[in-house]
Design a binder for this molecule. Structure first.
Ligand SMILES: [Cu+2]
Length: 172
């Protein structure tokens, strides 16, 4: 073997090592097991254009370990967990306005969230994770003001009426 050939072999080995390292890191820090579900942040509903300031879909049922990606489709929105609408041990969150943001749901339960600037206009949503009943009644009982009160009431009424399976996202 001449030195050029040895160098090439060494380089190849290094490349393989580097790529497998990158792959394992991105796997560890990324979406290890969970699926990623998209929730768009919109000025106007695409389903009912009379509805302003909405998350779409505003109710979503996911598995433990899944990720919800809040996508800043229209400017001016964020996603923030609502106090009292998290299961025990779950981490709260508050994203920056105009930025996409991912939340990994590690605990079973019912999560209520809102857009900080548009809570009063009813820009709120619900994520049901795994065994959502853990804190469902507690989350449902939280008091709200403005249009958030109406939209949360409608959301819980829909969940009660249709059942959680209706809100399992279908991905192609
Ligand atoms: Cu908003």
């Amino acid at each position: 073997m001449n030195s050029l050939l040895i160098n090439t072999t060494v380089m190849r080995t290094l490349y393989v090592l580097a790529f497998s390292l990158i792959a394992s890191f991105s796997h560890a820090s990324g979406h290890a097991s969970g699926k990623v579900h998209i929730v768009q942040m919109l000025n106007k509903s695409t389903v009912d254009t009379k509805q302003k300031m909405v998350y779409e879909p505003s109710i979503i049922k996911v598995n433990v370990g899944d990720v919800v990606k809040f996508v800043s489709t229209d400017p001016g929105h964020n996603s923030s967990s609502v106090k009292g609408m998290l299961p025990p041990g779950a981490k709260d969150w508050a994203s920056k306005i105009n930025k996409d943001f991912e939340v990994t749901f590690e605990k079973d339960g019912t999560y209520g969230y809102m857009c900080t600037p548009h809570y009063g206009m009813g820009m709120v949503g619900v994520v049901l994770v795994g065994n959502h009943k853990v804190n469902y009644d507690e989350a449902k009982a939280i008091k709200h003001r403005g249009k958030a009160k109406k939209r949360f009431k409608e959301a819980f009424a829909q969940i009660d009426e249709l059942g959680v399976d209706k809100f399992v996202p279908i991905h192609k």
